[in-house]
Design a binder for this molecule. Sequence first.
Ligand SMILES: Nc1nc(=O)c2c([nH]1)NC[C@@H]1CN(c3ccc(C(=O)N[C@@H](CCC(=O)O)C(=O)O)cc3)CN21
Ligand SMILES: O=c1ccn([C@H]2C[C@H](O)[C@@H](COP(=O)(O)O)O2)c(=O)[nH]1
Length: 276
Amino acid sequence: MSKADVLFVNMCRGILDHGFSTEGQQVRAKWADGAPAHTIKNFGVVNRYDLQEEFPALTLRPTAIKSAVDEMLWIWQKKSNNVNDLNSHIWDSWADETGSIGKAYGYQLGVKYRFAQGEMDQVDNVIWQLKNTPYSRRIMTNIYNFNDLMEMGLEPCAYSMTFNVTGDRLNAILNQRSQDILTANNWNVVQYSVLVHMLAQVCGLVPGELVHVIADAHIYDRHVPIVEELIERPQYPAPKFRLNPDVKDFYDFTVDDIIIEDYQKNPQVKNIPVAI
Ligand SMILES: Nc1nc(=O)c2c([nH]1)NC[C@@H]1CN(c3ccc(C(=O)N[C@@H](CCC(=O)O)C(=O)O)cc3)CN21
Ligand SMILES: O=c1ccn([C@H]2C[C@H](O)[C@@H](COP(=O)(O)O)O2)c(=O)[nH]1
């Protein structure tokens, strides 16, 4: 059975049974009809995924793995902040008339900084360190740039990665300040798992553990009945995952280099509303 399903079900049960409701408090997010989007939330959820053991895709409902990776490559490889460079429409509600989401996500990863080894952006600094000083304890990214918050369509949710090499394994911690569990939990887990697989491959390492730290893990009010039904569904073994082994440069990966096999899963839940 997929361990990702077990972690997801336990996290959702924890939120539904012991979470705090924001009902009666002031909240930022709204539904498309203007109603406040309240949540039930747990603080400080930590999930560990061993990428040697399985590829952590949910089988309770299909995760759109290729769309999720397309968004991850939009941020980490294209370093774009324009929805016209994205193949899905998931960011349209937060973009301006030119398609820009402001100085968020990909924009921040494209900013160059001065490092001891030269001037480069955060992604190239990670790759340089993984290849040259893998035992460094300073291999990280952080896109929560306070200088630019006022110019972002939405402040980054998944805002920091810390990479750590142990033996030949590339481990990583994903820090996330806020997580919409139904819409994006497995979406984000799959994205960052593929990122670890890709960076490991191009830096001569193997993928290790992904530790996902979520400060505010929430289920939106209109998602509660969907989640209640979802977590009762049958669970299947995780799918098999491979990357095209010929790719040696992070910037050469495309979604076509991802090979997913035997993805047994339950039917999709259609028309999940996303709070804006
Ligand atoms: N409330 C909220 N939740 C989020 O998860 C979220 C935001 N806002 N704002 C910015 C981004 C956009 N995100 C999203 C938005 C929609 C989907 C979504 O609808 N995914 C579909 C498939 C999409 C496709 O394949 O094109 C799914 O079934 O997973 C995923 C991530 C994550 N983020
Ligand atoms: O990658 C992402 C991006 C966004 N989210 C969710 C988390 C929240 O529900 C909203 C953002 O609202 P804030 O009021 O700024 O926290 O988007 C996600 O889960 N994953």
